[in-house]
Design a protein around this ligand. Structure first.
Ligand code: SAM
Ligand code: SF4
Length: 320
C-alpha cells in the first residue's frame, strides 16, 4: 500500500530505449545508435529484479520500451520472468512491426496479454505518425490472434488534425476483429511541445464523436490492469476504452504501478522525475526488495503534467 492507500502491484519494465519507429509524440527524430547498450539489464538481472518485486508485493508485469521486440533476447526475458514464483500476469506492449514472426514464441514464453499500438489504418497516415508500414502491424495483429493470446488490445494516441479521421475506421476494425480499442490522450513525455491546444484531443471529444454514430453504454467488465474507462458501442459491438491521462481529474487515484528503466532505475511515476537506482544493489548483492518498498513509499499522489512538467528522459527510456 502506498501513502495514498493505493495497492501498487504492477511493474512496467522498459527493456530497451531503442525503437524501429519514430512516432511524432514519442521519438520524432527516430533512434540513433543501434547497438545493444551495455547499460541495458540482462535477462538474468531482469528476472532477479522481478523476484525482488514479487517479494515487495508486485504480481503483474509488462514488457515495454522503446520497442521491446527489438531485443533479440526478448523471449528469454519473458520466460525468465514467467518462471519467477508469484508472477501472476505477464503482458507486452509493442508497435506490432516485429510481432508476426515472434508471436508464437512469446505466447509459449508465458505472455498472456498484448497491447498493440495502432494510431491509424490508412497507410499514409500511419506512416506520417510513426514512419513505419501499417501492413506489418496488421500482420502482427493477425498473428497474435492466430496464436491465441488470452488478451489483445489496440492503442491509439489521439492527435487533432492528424488522426481524428481514423477514429471511426479504427472502431470498426476493432469491432470486426473482436478486439478492445483504447484512445489515449497525448502526454508531454518526450517532447514538451506535443501538449498544446492545436494537437491535443481530449478523450471526451472522441467519446462524443462516437456517440453521434452509436450508443455508448458502460462496459461492466474490467479489462486488464490499466486506467482505461470502457464503453461498449451497441450497434458496432466495439469495446472502446478511454485513457484521459490529462483531463480525467481522478486519473491517478487508481494508479497501481511503478516503472523500471532499461538501465535499472525505478520510477514511482511517469509524470514526475524521482527515480531510484537498483544497479548498486543488483551488482553488489544489496536488498532489492527494500528498494521496491522505498519506491512505493515515495509514490507521489499524482503526475505533474499540469504543472509544466519538463521531461527529463524520453518516454522510450522510461517505459510506456
Ligand atoms: N513501442 C511500443 C508501442 O509503441 O506500443 C511500446 C512502448 S510505447 C512508449 C507505449 C505506449 O505509449 C504506446 O501505446 C504509445 O502510443 C504511448 N505513448 C508514447 N508517447 C506518448 C505520449 N507522448 N502520450 C501518450 N501516449 C504515448
Ligand atoms: Fe517507438 Fe512506441 Fe515510441 Fe512509437 S510509441 S516511437 S513505436 S516506442
Amino acid at each position: 500500500m502506498d501513502p495514498f492507500g493505493r495497492t501498487i502491484d504492477y511493474l512496467r519494465i522498459s527493456v530497451t530505449d531503442r525503437c524501429n519507429e519514430r512516432c511524432l509524440y514519442c521519438m520524432p527524430g527516430g533512434y540513433r545508435g543501434w547497438g545493444q547498450k551495455e547499460s541495458h539489464l540482462t535477462p538474468g538481472e531482469i528476472a532477479r529484479i522481478v523476484e525482488a518485486a514479487v517479494g515487495a508485493g508486485f504480481r503483474k508485469f509488462r514488457l515495454t520500451g522503446g520497442e521491446p521486440l527489438l531485443r533479440r533476447d526478448i523471449v528469454e526475458i519473458a520466460s525468465g520472468i514467467q518462471k519467477v514464483p508469484g508472477v501472476e500476469w505477464l503482458a507486452l506492449s509493442t508497435n506490432g512491426i516485429l510481432l508476426a514472426p515472434l508471436a508464437e514464441e512469446l505466447r509459449a514464453a508465458g505472455i498472456s496479454s498484448v497491447n498493440i499500438s495502432l494510431d491509424a489504418l490508412s497507410p499514409e497516415t500511419y506512416r506520417k505518425i510513426t514512419g513505419g508500414p501499417v501492413e506489418k502491424v496488421l500482420e502482427g495483429i493477425h498473428a497474435a490472434q492466430a496464436v491465441g493470446f488470452p488478451s489483445i488490445k489496440l492503442n491509439c494516441v489521439l492527435m487533432r488534425g492528424i488522426n481524428e479521421g481514423e477514429i471511426w475506421p479504427l472502431v470498426e476494425f476493432a469491432a470486426g476483429h473482436g478486439l478492445p480499442l483504447r484512445f489515449i490522450e497525448l502526454m508531454p513525455l518526450t517532447r514538451t511541445d506535443v501538449l498544446n491546444g492545436e494537437n491535443f484531443f481530449p478523450v471526451a471529444e472522441a467519446e462524443s464523436l462516437l456517440s453521434r454514430r452509436d450508443t455508448l453504454v458502460p462496459h461492466g467488465e474490467k479489462l486488464g490492469n490499466g486506467p482505461a474507462r470502457y464503453r461498449r458501442l451497441e450497434k458496432t459491438g466495439a469495446v472502446v476504452g478511454f485513457i484521459g491521462a490529462i483531463t480525467a481529474p481522478d486519473f491517478c487515484e487508481s494508479c497501481n504501478k511503478v516503472r523500471l528503466t532499461p538501465d535499472g532505475k525505478l520510477r514511482p511515476c511517469l509524470g514526475r522525475h524521482g527515480e531510484l537506482d537498483l544497479l548498486p544493489a543488483l551488482r553488489n548483492g544489496g536488498d532489492l526488495a527494500a528498494l521496491f518498498q522505498e519506491t512505493v513509499a515515495n509514490k507521489p499522489k499524482d503526475h505533474g503534467f499540469s504543472e509544466s512538467y519538463k521531461p527529463g528522459r524520453p518516454m522510450t527510456a522510461i517505459g510506456g
